[in-house]
Design a protein around this ligand. Structure first.
Ligand SMILES: [Zn+2]
Length: 437
């Protein structure tokens, strides 16, 4: 493995950022200094004007393998992640069949270990994600699984959720909930409100999300088990989670790039690329989520990268599957939501790398599947998972130029500010000049 030298970047660290160079060798950050001497044969990366920080960690990636490889597979998803600056992905379990047992989890971990990135797995909470019988979480935890979720659906039955939390607690794992009460969501396809009324579409009201957040906070209070709230989309959901955490409950939460950059009006032209669960909300919710990100009350930005094959996504709005791509433009969208020029690089790496790594328990790495430590500072001795982000680069999203197998991005044609220039994963330069090496 040849050495890599990152030149003249802003090396972002909690203890104080500084301008300088970084030398990476044998999978480790070997030297951080004003100027480092490049060993013979070293690859040089020009980081002038860029931020150098820990590689991004996605808590919420749908890699679609096994079962829906026409939309994405582990390899193509890892390529998309690398372009987006990610050095670790958490693969969600709503595959076909669902990742609800040791054999399938091992399969995904093994396939993931052949990609340049770290691919961790979130196991299912219930068998087949059917919400009825608990999956063998202890066996999956023994394989290193630290997050469990039935994502795509919330666990609807409160007694099943209570038992899941009681089962999870002694395992030291975290349950991650997709908060939507399906009864209240009523089969709707967008946010319930004036726009859905005008379009004649059934709405999924904010309260469908909020009652499940409220219920689960009470179950966390009862059981003491850790919970992570996936893709919160309303001001009230975030306020409840933040208040609960202030009272000492072990809860964390994430928002997606789309809930902080788009609102329900985007659905006005019935374009199914804007259909997502939970749905795009109103502008006041978008503003509240942005504020929560900036002030540190929201822990993480997670993509909910949800590739869909074109023949499915081209259905009428109310019939099309929910979900949109995320990995390749999440960093720029998070940067926009954090205020672009006013964005603090510390906060940027907190919500995209450090906090997600902590929530997914990926700081230490796991040798069994070649996983290195994620979310650490760019300091000597750390695992070489590093991203170089150019906050001044303007670029346009082009769905025909994506690494993902799918093209269902609502941002096609949109000009974004801030772009990942280079990704170094496990000591290897996998993206340079914003293209795969
Ligand atoms: Zn979800």
């Amino acid at each position: 493995m040849s050495a890599i030298v990152l030149r003249h970047g802003l090396i972002v660290a909690r203890a104080g950022s500084r301008l300088g160079d970084v030398l990476i060798r044998d999978g480790v950050i070997e030297q951080v200094a004003d100027q480092v001497e490049a060993p013979p044969g070293a690859q040089e990366v020009d980081a002038e004007g860029c931020w150098i920080g820990p590689g991004l960690v996605d808590l919420h990636t749908h890699l679609r393998e096994p079962g829906r490889e026409q939309a994405e597979d582990i390899e193509s998803g890892a390529r998309a992640g690398a372009i987006g600056g990610y050095t670790a992905l958490v693969a969600m379990p709503n595959t076909e069949p669902a990742l609800d047992n040791v054999a399938l989890v091992a399969y995904v971990l093994e396939r993931g270990s052949r990609t340049p990135l770290d691919v961790a797995v979130a196991g299912a909470i219930t068998r087949g994600r059917e919400g009825q019988f608990l999956a063998p979480m202890a066996e999956m935890a023994a394989l290193g699984v630290r997050l469990f979720t039935d994502d795509g659906l919330g666990v609807q039955d409160p007694l099943v959720m209570r038992r899941a939390l009681e089962y999870a607690k002694p395992l030291g794992v975290t349950l991650a909930q997709h908060c939507e009460d399906e009864k209240l969501a009523n089969g709707g396809s967008m946010n319930e409100g004036a726009v859905s009324g005008r379009l004649g579409l059934i709405g999924r009201p904010a309260v469908a999300e909020e009652v499940m957040v409220m219920r689960d906070l009470e179950l966390v209070r009862l059981t003491g088990a850790r919970m992570h709230f996936l893709h919160l989309s309303t001001a009230r959901s975030v306020a409840m989670v933040v208040a609960a955490r202030r009272m000492g409950l072990p809860v964390t939460c994430e928002v997606t790039p789309h809930h902080i950059t788009l609102d329900e009006v985007s659905c006005s032209n019935f374009d199914p690329r804007f259909k997502v669960h939970p749905p795009l909300r109103v502008l006041s919710d978008v503003a509240a989520l942005r504020q929560g990100l900036r002030d540190g009350t929201i822990d993480a930005v997670a993509t909910d990268h949800a590739p869909h094959a074109p023949e499915l996504k081209d259905l009428p709005f109310d019939e099309a599957p929910a979900g949109m791509l995320g990995l390749e433009h999440a960093a720029a969208l998070a940067y926009e939501a954090l205020g672009s020029e006013e964005c603090s690089p510390i906060t940027f790496f907190d919500v995209l790398s450090r906090n997600p790594a902590r929530i997914a328990q990926l700081r230490q790495g796991d040798r069994r599947f070649g996983m290195s430590g994620q979310g650490g500072d760019v300091v000597e001795g750390e695992s070489a998972n590093v991203v170089v982000f150019d906050p001044d680069s303007r670029w346009r999203v082009d769905r025909t130029a994506l690494q993902s197998r799918s093209i269902n991005t609502p941002y096609h044609g949109r000009e974004l500010l801030g772009r990942v220039r280079s990704t170094i994963a496990k000591g290897r330069l996998v993206v340079d000049e914003s293209v795969l090496v």
